[in-house]
Design a protein around this ligand. Structure first.
Ligand SMILES: [Zn+2]
Length: 48
């Protein structure tokens, strides 16, 4: 069928999906620039 599945990423913060050019994992989400785009929210202490 000539069909392929592109491997992409989804930002857990803003739900932005994208396919990276580089093979290595992107450092930040290209949309919201969060460095924690691949991490779901966990228990967050009131660190502020
Ligand atoms: Zn994002």
């Amino acid at each position: 069928m000539g069909e392929i599945t592109l491997k992409g990423y989804i930002c857990e913060r803003c739900k932005h999906k994208w396919v990276p050019r580089e093979k290595q994992k992107p450092m930040v989400c290209p949309k919201c620039k969060s460095p924690y785009w691949d991490r779901k929210k966990r228990k967050v202490k009131n660190a502020t």
